[in-house]
Design a protein around this ligand. Structure first.
Ligand code: NAD
Ligand code: GLY
Length: 344
Protein backbone atom coordinates (compact mmCIF):
# COMPACT_ATOMS: atom_id res chain seq x y z
CA UNK A 1 0.00 0.00 0.00
CA UNK A 2 1.17 3.54 -0.79
CA UNK A 3 0.23 6.65 1.16
CA UNK A 4 0.16 10.22 -0.16
CA UNK A 5 -0.50 13.06 2.28
CA UNK A 6 -2.46 15.99 0.93
CA UNK A 7 -2.12 19.39 2.61
CA UNK A 8 -4.97 21.77 1.82
CA UNK A 9 -7.58 23.59 3.94
CA UNK A 10 -7.96 20.13 5.47
CA UNK A 11 -5.06 17.64 5.47
CA UNK A 12 -5.75 14.00 4.69
CA UNK A 13 -4.20 10.85 3.37
CA UNK A 14 -4.76 9.03 0.11
CA UNK A 15 -4.23 5.28 0.57
CA UNK A 16 -3.62 3.31 -2.62
CA UNK A 17 -3.45 -0.48 -2.72
CA UNK A 18 -5.10 -3.86 -3.06
CA UNK A 19 -7.94 -4.93 -0.76
CA UNK A 20 -8.34 -1.60 1.02
CA UNK A 21 -12.15 -1.52 0.99
CA UNK A 22 -12.27 -4.09 3.77
CA UNK A 23 -10.45 -1.66 6.09
CA UNK A 24 -13.04 1.12 5.59
CA UNK A 25 -14.81 0.56 8.93
CA UNK A 26 -11.60 0.65 10.96
CA UNK A 27 -10.59 3.94 9.35
CA UNK A 28 -13.95 5.53 10.12
CA UNK A 29 -13.74 4.32 13.73
CA UNK A 30 -10.24 5.75 14.11
CA UNK A 31 -10.89 9.05 12.37
CA UNK A 32 -14.43 10.00 13.42
CA UNK A 33 -17.00 9.68 16.18
CA UNK A 34 -19.54 8.37 13.66
CA UNK A 35 -22.36 5.97 14.62
CA UNK A 36 -24.01 6.08 11.21
CA UNK A 37 -22.45 5.92 7.78
CA UNK A 38 -24.25 6.67 4.50
CA UNK A 39 -22.64 4.96 1.53
CA UNK A 40 -23.46 6.71 -1.75
CA UNK A 41 -22.96 4.54 -4.82
CA UNK A 42 -24.34 3.92 -8.29
CA UNK A 43 -26.32 1.05 -9.77
CA UNK A 44 -23.25 -0.54 -11.38
CA UNK A 45 -20.81 -0.23 -8.51
CA UNK A 46 -23.02 -1.14 -5.55
CA UNK A 47 -23.81 -4.70 -6.76
CA UNK A 48 -20.06 -5.29 -7.20
CA UNK A 49 -18.69 -3.86 -3.96
CA UNK A 50 -21.67 -3.24 -1.67
CA UNK A 51 -21.28 -6.50 0.22
CA UNK A 52 -17.57 -5.93 0.97
CA UNK A 53 -18.24 -2.39 2.11
CA UNK A 54 -21.27 -3.29 4.23
CA UNK A 55 -19.33 -6.07 5.97
CA UNK A 56 -16.38 -3.76 6.60
CA UNK A 57 -18.66 -1.16 8.21
CA UNK A 58 -20.78 -3.59 10.21
CA UNK A 59 -17.70 -5.34 11.57
CA UNK A 60 -16.70 -1.95 12.97
CA UNK A 61 -20.20 -1.73 14.55
CA UNK A 62 -21.32 1.15 12.38
CA UNK A 63 -24.93 1.53 11.32
CA UNK A 64 -24.99 1.39 7.50
CA UNK A 65 -27.37 3.31 5.20
CA UNK A 66 -27.07 3.09 1.44
CA UNK A 67 -28.14 5.55 -1.24
CA UNK A 68 -27.87 3.97 -4.70
CA UNK A 69 -28.67 6.05 -7.80
CA UNK A 70 -28.84 5.10 -11.50
CA UNK A 71 -25.31 5.07 -12.96
CA UNK A 72 -24.34 7.86 -15.32
CA UNK A 73 -23.67 11.58 -15.62
CA UNK A 74 -27.44 12.18 -16.08
CA UNK A 75 -27.84 11.43 -12.36
CA UNK A 76 -25.39 14.15 -11.26
CA UNK A 77 -28.20 16.67 -11.01
CA UNK A 78 -30.26 18.70 -8.59
CA UNK A 79 -32.96 16.07 -8.29
CA UNK A 80 -30.59 13.30 -7.17
CA UNK A 81 -28.79 15.75 -4.90
CA UNK A 82 -32.01 16.80 -3.13
CA UNK A 83 -33.12 13.16 -2.87
CA UNK A 84 -29.77 12.37 -1.24
CA UNK A 85 -30.11 15.25 1.25
CA UNK A 86 -33.62 14.04 2.17
CA UNK A 87 -32.28 10.52 2.60
CA UNK A 88 -29.55 11.77 4.97
CA UNK A 89 -32.20 13.58 6.98
CA UNK A 90 -34.46 10.51 7.10
CA UNK A 91 -31.53 8.38 8.29
CA UNK A 92 -30.82 10.90 11.04
CA UNK A 93 -27.21 11.53 10.09
CA UNK A 94 -25.61 14.14 12.32
CA UNK A 95 -22.51 16.25 11.88
CA UNK A 96 -20.39 13.64 13.60
CA UNK A 97 -21.49 10.90 11.21
CA UNK A 98 -19.89 10.17 7.86
CA UNK A 99 -20.61 9.80 4.14
CA UNK A 100 -18.69 7.41 1.88
CA UNK A 101 -18.57 7.99 -1.89
CA UNK A 102 -18.11 4.55 -3.43
CA UNK A 103 -17.76 4.87 -7.20
CA UNK A 104 -16.39 6.98 -10.03
CA UNK A 105 -16.26 10.73 -10.46
CA UNK A 106 -20.02 11.09 -10.71
CA UNK A 107 -20.52 9.48 -7.32
CA UNK A 108 -17.62 11.39 -5.77
CA UNK A 109 -18.80 14.77 -7.04
CA UNK A 110 -22.42 14.18 -5.99
CA UNK A 111 -21.69 12.68 -2.56
CA UNK A 112 -18.98 15.28 -1.93
CA UNK A 113 -21.37 18.15 -2.67
CA UNK A 114 -23.99 16.62 -0.39
CA UNK A 115 -21.33 16.24 2.33
CA UNK A 116 -20.26 19.86 1.84
CA UNK A 117 -23.78 21.20 2.26
CA UNK A 118 -25.72 18.81 4.52
CA UNK A 119 -25.80 20.42 7.99
CA UNK A 120 -23.25 22.90 6.55
CA UNK A 121 -20.72 20.12 6.15
CA UNK A 122 -20.18 16.59 7.44
CA UNK A 123 -17.10 14.36 7.02
CA UNK A 124 -16.82 12.24 3.90
CA UNK A 125 -14.50 9.63 2.46
CA UNK A 126 -13.77 9.14 -1.21
CA UNK A 127 -13.52 5.48 -2.28
CA UNK A 128 -12.78 5.83 -6.02
CA UNK A 129 -13.53 2.86 -8.29
CA UNK A 130 -12.61 4.29 -11.71
CA UNK A 131 -9.12 5.19 -12.90
CA UNK A 132 -10.27 8.77 -13.50
CA UNK A 133 -11.59 9.06 -9.95
CA UNK A 134 -8.44 7.43 -8.52
CA UNK A 135 -6.01 9.84 -10.20
CA UNK A 136 -8.11 12.98 -10.38
CA UNK A 137 -11.62 13.57 -9.06
CA UNK A 138 -11.26 11.92 -5.61
CA UNK A 139 -8.32 14.16 -4.69
CA UNK A 140 -8.46 17.93 -4.28
CA UNK A 141 -11.93 18.61 -2.95
CA UNK A 142 -13.81 19.77 -6.04
CA UNK A 143 -17.42 18.67 -5.64
CA UNK A 144 -20.33 19.51 -7.93
CA UNK A 145 -23.58 18.71 -9.64
CA UNK A 146 -24.68 19.67 -13.15
CA UNK A 147 -27.42 22.24 -13.80
CA UNK A 148 -29.61 22.47 -16.91
CA UNK A 149 -27.29 25.27 -18.10
CA UNK A 150 -24.12 23.16 -17.97
CA UNK A 151 -21.79 20.75 -16.23
CA UNK A 152 -20.53 21.28 -12.68
CA UNK A 153 -22.29 24.64 -12.32
CA UNK A 154 -23.18 24.18 -8.63
CA UNK A 155 -20.48 22.94 -6.31
CA UNK A 156 -18.05 23.57 -3.49
CA UNK A 157 -14.42 23.08 -2.62
CA UNK A 158 -14.70 20.58 0.23
CA UNK A 159 -11.89 18.19 1.08
CA UNK A 160 -12.57 14.60 2.16
CA UNK A 161 -11.13 13.23 5.42
CA UNK A 162 -9.62 10.24 3.61
CA UNK A 163 -9.29 8.80 0.11
CA UNK A 164 -9.28 5.01 0.08
CA UNK A 165 -8.29 3.79 -3.38
CA UNK A 166 -8.68 0.01 -3.57
CA UNK A 167 -6.90 -0.84 -6.83
CA UNK A 168 -8.71 -4.21 -7.04
CA UNK A 169 -11.88 -2.36 -8.02
CA UNK A 170 -10.28 -1.36 -11.33
CA UNK A 171 -10.39 -5.03 -12.38
CA UNK A 172 -14.12 -4.83 -13.06
CA UNK A 173 -13.97 -1.59 -15.06
CA UNK A 174 -15.06 -1.95 -18.69
CA UNK A 175 -11.99 -1.46 -20.92
CA UNK A 176 -13.37 1.68 -22.55
CA UNK A 177 -13.89 3.36 -19.19
CA UNK A 178 -10.39 2.34 -18.10
CA UNK A 179 -9.07 3.80 -21.37
CA UNK A 180 -10.89 7.09 -20.66
CA UNK A 181 -9.03 7.32 -17.35
CA UNK A 182 -5.76 6.66 -19.17
CA UNK A 183 -6.19 9.97 -21.03
CA UNK A 184 -6.01 11.76 -17.64
CA UNK A 185 -2.98 9.67 -16.60
CA UNK A 186 -1.16 10.56 -19.84
CA UNK A 187 -2.12 14.20 -19.16
CA UNK A 188 -0.13 14.16 -15.88
CA UNK A 189 2.93 12.83 -17.74
CA UNK A 190 2.72 15.55 -20.40
CA UNK A 191 2.18 18.27 -17.79
CA UNK A 192 4.71 17.36 -15.16
CA UNK A 193 6.69 14.15 -15.44
CA UNK A 194 8.87 12.84 -18.26
CA UNK A 195 9.64 9.57 -16.43
CA UNK A 196 5.93 8.84 -15.94
CA UNK A 197 5.28 9.62 -19.60
CA UNK A 198 8.14 7.33 -20.71
CA UNK A 199 6.71 4.50 -18.59
CA UNK A 200 3.30 4.95 -20.23
CA UNK A 201 4.82 5.13 -23.72
CA UNK A 202 6.66 1.90 -23.06
CA UNK A 203 3.94 -0.17 -21.36
CA UNK A 204 0.70 1.15 -22.86
CA UNK A 205 -2.45 -0.16 -21.15
CA UNK A 206 -0.34 -2.67 -19.19
CA UNK A 207 1.34 0.08 -17.11
CA UNK A 208 2.12 -0.63 -13.44
CA UNK A 209 -1.12 0.48 -11.81
CA UNK A 210 -0.23 1.07 -8.18
CA UNK A 211 2.96 3.12 -8.75
CA UNK A 212 1.42 5.05 -11.64
CA UNK A 213 -1.74 5.95 -9.70
CA UNK A 214 0.43 6.93 -6.74
CA UNK A 215 2.59 9.18 -8.92
CA UNK A 216 -0.48 10.89 -10.40
CA UNK A 217 -1.90 11.46 -6.92
CA UNK A 218 1.44 12.94 -5.79
CA UNK A 219 1.35 15.30 -8.76
CA UNK A 220 -2.24 16.30 -8.03
CA UNK A 221 -1.30 16.71 -4.33
CA UNK A 222 1.36 19.24 -5.35
CA UNK A 223 -1.05 21.18 -7.57
CA UNK A 224 -3.72 21.31 -4.85
CA UNK A 225 -1.17 22.42 -2.23
CA UNK A 226 -0.14 25.29 -4.51
CA UNK A 227 -3.60 26.34 -5.73
CA UNK A 228 -6.45 24.66 -3.87
CA UNK A 229 -9.06 27.12 -5.13
CA UNK A 230 -8.19 26.99 -8.83
CA UNK A 231 -6.90 30.51 -9.34
CA UNK A 232 -3.68 29.69 -11.18
CA UNK A 233 -1.54 26.55 -11.30
CA UNK A 234 -4.51 24.18 -11.00
CA UNK A 235 -5.74 25.44 -14.38
CA UNK A 236 -2.97 23.37 -16.00
CA UNK A 237 -5.06 20.28 -15.26
CA UNK A 238 -7.28 21.56 -18.07
CA UNK A 239 -4.72 20.47 -20.68
CA UNK A 240 -6.71 19.24 -23.68
CA UNK A 241 -10.00 20.22 -22.05
CA UNK A 242 -10.69 23.48 -23.95
CA UNK A 243 -10.63 21.90 -27.40
CA UNK A 244 -11.84 18.60 -25.91
CA UNK A 245 -14.96 20.22 -24.52
CA UNK A 246 -15.84 21.38 -28.04
CA UNK A 247 -15.46 17.82 -29.34
CA UNK A 248 -17.48 16.33 -26.45
CA UNK A 249 -20.33 18.83 -26.85
CA UNK A 250 -20.34 18.77 -30.68
CA UNK A 251 -20.76 14.98 -30.53
CA UNK A 252 -23.82 15.38 -28.30
CA UNK A 253 -21.72 13.73 -25.53
CA UNK A 254 -21.43 10.50 -27.55
CA UNK A 255 -17.64 10.98 -27.45
CA UNK A 256 -16.71 10.31 -23.81
CA UNK A 257 -14.90 12.90 -21.73
CA UNK A 258 -11.62 10.94 -21.67
CA UNK A 259 -11.59 10.43 -25.42
CA UNK A 260 -12.50 14.08 -26.02
CA UNK A 261 -9.60 15.14 -23.78
CA UNK A 262 -7.28 12.83 -25.77
CA UNK A 263 -8.39 14.52 -29.01
CA UNK A 264 -7.99 17.93 -27.33
CA UNK A 265 -4.43 17.10 -26.21
CA UNK A 266 -3.51 15.88 -29.71
CA UNK A 267 -5.01 19.03 -31.25
CA UNK A 268 -3.09 21.36 -28.96
CA UNK A 269 0.09 19.38 -29.74
CA UNK A 270 -0.51 20.01 -33.46
CA UNK A 271 -1.49 23.67 -32.98
CA UNK A 272 1.68 24.42 -31.04
CA UNK A 273 4.25 22.06 -32.58
CA UNK A 274 7.21 21.32 -30.32
CA UNK A 275 9.93 18.70 -30.05
CA UNK A 276 7.55 16.24 -28.32
CA UNK A 277 4.32 16.80 -30.26
CA UNK A 278 4.60 13.52 -32.12
CA UNK A 279 5.44 11.63 -28.91
CA UNK A 280 2.20 12.91 -27.38
CA UNK A 281 0.12 11.81 -30.35
CA UNK A 282 1.82 8.40 -30.62
CA UNK A 283 1.37 7.72 -26.90
CA UNK A 284 -2.36 8.49 -27.09
CA UNK A 285 -2.64 6.16 -30.10
CA UNK A 286 -0.74 3.43 -28.23
CA UNK A 287 -3.52 3.52 -25.63
CA UNK A 288 -6.17 3.20 -28.34
CA UNK A 289 -7.31 6.77 -27.76
CA UNK A 290 -8.57 8.92 -30.67
CA UNK A 291 -6.46 11.86 -31.82
CA UNK A 292 -8.63 13.46 -34.50
CA UNK A 293 -12.18 14.73 -34.95
CA UNK A 294 -14.28 15.14 -38.11
CA UNK A 295 -15.89 18.35 -36.80
CA UNK A 296 -14.86 21.66 -38.41
CA UNK A 297 -13.16 24.47 -36.50
CA UNK A 298 -16.34 26.54 -36.85
CA UNK A 299 -18.50 23.81 -35.30
CA UNK A 300 -16.06 23.16 -32.46
CA UNK A 301 -15.89 26.85 -31.67
CA UNK A 302 -19.67 27.12 -31.59
CA UNK A 303 -19.89 24.32 -29.07
CA UNK A 304 -17.02 25.66 -26.99
CA UNK A 305 -18.41 29.15 -26.63
CA UNK A 306 -21.87 30.58 -26.94
CA UNK A 307 -22.20 33.71 -29.07
CA UNK A 308 -22.22 36.03 -26.09
CA UNK A 309 -18.84 34.72 -24.97
CA UNK A 310 -17.30 34.88 -28.41
CA UNK A 311 -15.82 38.34 -28.43
CA UNK A 312 -13.68 40.44 -26.19
CA UNK A 313 -12.48 37.74 -23.81
CA UNK A 314 -9.46 35.53 -23.39
CA UNK A 315 -9.25 31.83 -22.65
CA UNK A 316 -6.33 30.14 -20.95
CA UNK A 317 -4.93 27.49 -23.26
CA UNK A 318 -2.56 24.97 -21.72
CA UNK A 319 0.32 24.49 -24.12
CA UNK A 320 2.88 21.66 -23.88
CA UNK A 321 6.42 22.93 -24.54
CA UNK A 322 8.13 19.59 -23.97
CA UNK A 323 7.13 16.49 -22.00
CA UNK A 324 6.94 17.56 -18.34
CA UNK A 325 6.64 21.29 -19.05
CA UNK A 326 3.53 23.23 -20.10
CA UNK A 327 2.57 26.90 -20.06
CA UNK A 328 -0.70 28.69 -19.46
CA UNK A 329 -1.21 30.91 -22.53
CA UNK A 330 -3.95 33.58 -22.30
CA UNK A 331 -5.47 33.61 -25.79
CA UNK A 332 -7.93 36.13 -27.26
CA UNK A 333 -11.16 34.37 -28.16
CA UNK A 334 -10.92 35.91 -31.65
CA UNK A 335 -7.79 33.84 -32.32
CA UNK A 336 -9.34 30.54 -31.30
CA UNK A 337 -10.80 29.56 -34.65
CA UNK A 338 -7.47 29.65 -36.46
CA UNK A 339 -5.78 27.83 -33.56
CA UNK A 340 -8.42 25.08 -33.68
CA UNK A 341 -7.98 24.89 -37.45
CA UNK A 342 -4.24 24.37 -37.00
CA UNK A 343 -4.93 21.50 -34.60
CA UNK A 344 -7.29 19.54 -36.85
P1 NAD B 1 -18.61 7.60 -13.59
O1 NAD B 1 -18.58 7.84 -12.15
O2 NAD B 1 -19.90 7.79 -14.30
O3 NAD B 1 -18.09 6.13 -13.87
C1 NAD B 1 -18.05 5.67 -15.21
C2 NAD B 1 -18.85 4.35 -15.34
O4 NAD B 1 -18.10 3.31 -14.73
C3 NAD B 1 -20.21 4.36 -14.66
O5 NAD B 1 -21.11 3.67 -15.49
C4 NAD B 1 -19.97 3.57 -13.38
O6 NAD B 1 -21.12 2.92 -12.93
C5 NAD B 1 -18.93 2.57 -13.85
N1 NAD B 1 -18.05 2.05 -12.80
C6 NAD B 1 -17.42 2.78 -11.85
N2 NAD B 1 -16.58 2.00 -11.18
C7 NAD B 1 -16.69 0.75 -11.68
C8 NAD B 1 -16.04 -0.48 -11.39
N3 NAD B 1 -15.06 -0.56 -10.49
N4 NAD B 1 -16.41 -1.56 -12.09
C9 NAD B 1 -17.36 -1.47 -13.07
N5 NAD B 1 -17.98 -0.33 -13.40
C10 NAD B 1 -17.64 0.78 -12.71
O7 NAD B 1 -17.55 8.52 -14.37
P2 NAD B 1 -16.00 8.85 -14.15
O8 NAD B 1 -15.41 8.77 -15.50
O9 NAD B 1 -15.40 8.08 -13.04
O10 NAD B 1 -16.06 10.36 -13.67
C11 NAD B 1 -16.59 11.37 -14.50
C12 NAD B 1 -17.13 12.48 -13.63
O11 NAD B 1 -16.07 12.99 -12.84
C13 NAD B 1 -17.73 13.64 -14.38
O12 NAD B 1 -18.95 14.00 -13.80
C14 NAD B 1 -16.71 14.76 -14.17
O13 NAD B 1 -17.32 16.04 -14.18
C15 NAD B 1 -16.16 14.41 -12.84
N6 NAD B 1 -14.80 14.92 -12.57
C16 NAD B 1 -14.61 15.56 -11.40
C17 NAD B 1 -13.34 16.02 -11.09
C18 NAD B 1 -13.10 16.69 -9.78
O14 NAD B 1 -12.00 17.20 -9.56
N7 NAD B 1 -14.07 16.70 -8.88
C19 NAD B 1 -12.28 15.81 -11.97
C20 NAD B 1 -12.52 15.14 -13.15
C21 NAD B 1 -13.80 14.69 -13.45
N1 GLY C 1 -9.80 17.92 -12.44
C1 GLY C 1 -9.57 19.29 -12.28
C2 GLY C 1 -9.20 19.72 -10.91
O1 GLY C 1 -9.21 18.99 -9.95
O2 GLY C 1 -8.89 20.86 -10.77
Amino acid sequence: MNTVSVHASRSYEVLIGSGLLSSLGQHIRTMTKADRVCVVSDSNVWPLYGKTVTEALETAELSVHTFVFPAGEESKNGQTYLALLSFLTDCGLTRSDCIVALGGGVTGDLAGFAAATYLRGIPYIQAPTTLLAAVDSSVGGKTAIDLPGGKNLAGAFYQPILVLCDTDTLNTLPTEIFRDGCAEVIKYGILYDDALFAHLEHHGLAFDREPVITRCVELKRDVVAEDEFDRGARMKLNLGHTFGHGVEAASGYRVSHGKAVAIGMAMVARTFPGPDSLRIIHCLERFGLPVTTHHSAETLLQYMYSDKKRSGGTVSLIVPREIGRCDIVPTPVEELKSLIQAGL
